[in-house]
Design a protein around this ligand. Structure first.
Ligand SMILES: Cc1cc2nc3c(=O)[nH]c(=O)nc-3n(C[C@H](O)[C@H](O)[C@H](O)COP(=O)(O)O)c2cc1C
Length: 191
């Protein structure tokens, strides 16, 4: 595929096959990701990749966080237990989860540079993955703002910022292309 075609054909994937993506292929995909532009060559992207039994730690941290922030009740009533079980089994069904984070900069300009470079890294990775038939879902969720979640996954919320959690695997279903608004509507030409 050409890069132009991949840009248009890549879709966010919500359901994955059980089959794992080989770790060497994931390394290759994220190596393409790392060719993202990066001011001062900081290459700020860092990643914790959760797979196999490693997913337990992440999933446990997610559930605990949802309970702390009130998205799930902290009780043993059957409805809550059922909800937690179905959330756990959904998250377990995703072959790989990548927590993408970077070291925080105090200077707001530097902070934005690092965040922007990490976003470019993510999109490069999504495009590279698509070329290899691998799907991703870029997620931003409330637990990314919960310091307790950071400590549960051995990060320091004062020092690190989680930019995204990527769900990764071979697509079970590829959503339809929703298209995009004509760029003409978003482009003011000043001359
Ligand atoms: C920063 C960012 C955060 C996103 N967070 C979520 C998310 O939490 N859950 C989700 O289902 N999709 C999320 N998405 C994916 C968008 O929903 C998706 O890109 C959009 O529907 C367009 O679909 P496409 O990527 O297949 O073109 C996110 C995308 C971006 C760029």
């Amino acid at each position: 595929m050409t890069v132009l075609r991949t840009i248009k054909e890549r879709r966010s994937i919500h359901t994955f096959e059980e089959k794992e993506v080989d770790i060497e292929l994931l390394r290759e995909i994220f190596t393409y990701g790392s060719y993202a532009p990066t001011h001062y060559m900081k290459e700020p992207w860092q990643m914790k990749l959760y797979q196999r039994d490693g997913k337990d730690t992440l999933i446990h941290a997610i559930i605990r966080s949802y309970q702390r922030i009130g998205m799930i009740r902290n009780s043993n009533d059957p409805k809550t237990i059922k909800m937690i079980d179905s959330m756990k089994s959904f998250l377990h069904s995703i072959p790989h989860h990548a927590v993408i984070y970077f070291e925080k900069e105090e200077d707001p300009v530097r902070y934005e540079e690092e965040y922007a470079a990490v976003c470019a890294f993510i999109q490069n990775s999504q495009l590279a993955a698509w070329e290899f038939g691998v799907g991703m879902l870029w997620t931003i969720t409330p637990y990314m703002h919960d310091p307790g979640f950071y400590s549960d996954i051995e990060l320091d919320a004062n020092k690190s910022k989680i930019a995204a959690v990527l769900q990764i695997g071979y697509p079970k279903k590829v959503p339809r292309n929703k298209g995009r608004t004509s760029i003409t509507d978003k482009m003011q030409i000043i001359e």
